[in-house]
Write a new protein. Structure first.
Length: 206
């Protein structure tokens, strides 16, 4: 088990907003659906004098909706976008984890449960606590093993992270729904990862 703090480092690149410059803003879709463009606004139309500039490949999470699966890796087309302090952003230690594997793990129901555990507050004011989030542990194989095991896997980025079908790459089939728990381990080769997403898109290995 590896603490998220060993895989992620807080990124801060706060810039003063120019009133006449256009800035792209990011929003995080719920239930592991990833990050998308929220819109483009002039600096004068943003209710803040400064925001955090993010880069492609970083892991971004919504403090408010982390417990609902609002997070993801910043895609290339959103490189240089800006976010408020409500969206903590982290550099990914690619010498410890494959970005694509982290994206995959973050789509699972147990990762969302982990974020729920790291959030606190009253009913409508529940927010992620960064220190608690980074102290949470996830199962992760050593990098060289991950490259060997998962390089051939294909992941559907639009899959339902709450789905309960489990993929067995040994047999190449999906186990029937409702016959396994979402946390089921397929076999000893996958004892570190609970697989709950249908697989279509090749994992990034850089």
């Amino acid at each position: 088990m590896v603490p998220l703090g060993d895989l992620l480092t807080k990124h801060e690149d706060w810039i003063s907003l120019d009133p006449d410059t256009d800035y792209r803003q990011i929003t995080a879709r719920l239930w592991g659906k990833g990050l998308v463009l929220r819109g483009t606004l002039k600096g004068a139309d943003i209710a803040a004098s400064s925001q955090n500039r993010v880069r492609a490949g970083q892991f971004l999470i919504s403090k408010i909706d982390a417990r609902h699966g609002a997070f993801g890796l910043v895609p290339e087309d959103l490189d240089g976008s800006v976010v408020s302090a409500d969206f903590p952003t982290f550099d990914v230690h690619t010498d410890h984890v494959l970005p694509g594997l982290l994206r995959w793990i973050s789509k699972t129901s147990w990762f969302i449960a982990l974020c729920r555990k790291a959030s606190e507050g009253s009913t409508n004011r529940v927010r992620l606590k960064e220190s608690r989030f980074l102290s949470q542990e996830i199962p992760l194989p050593p990098l060289h093993e991950a490259i060997h095991r998962y390089r051939g896997f294909r992941l559907d980025r639009n899959c339902d992270p709450i789905g309960d079908r489990v993929f067995d790459d040994v047999t190449g089939v999906f186990l029937a729904p409702h016959t396994q728990t979402q946390m089921a381990v397929v076999d000893e080769r996958h004892s570190s990862i609970a697989m709950s997403c249908q697989i279509h898109d090749t994992l990034d290995v850089i």
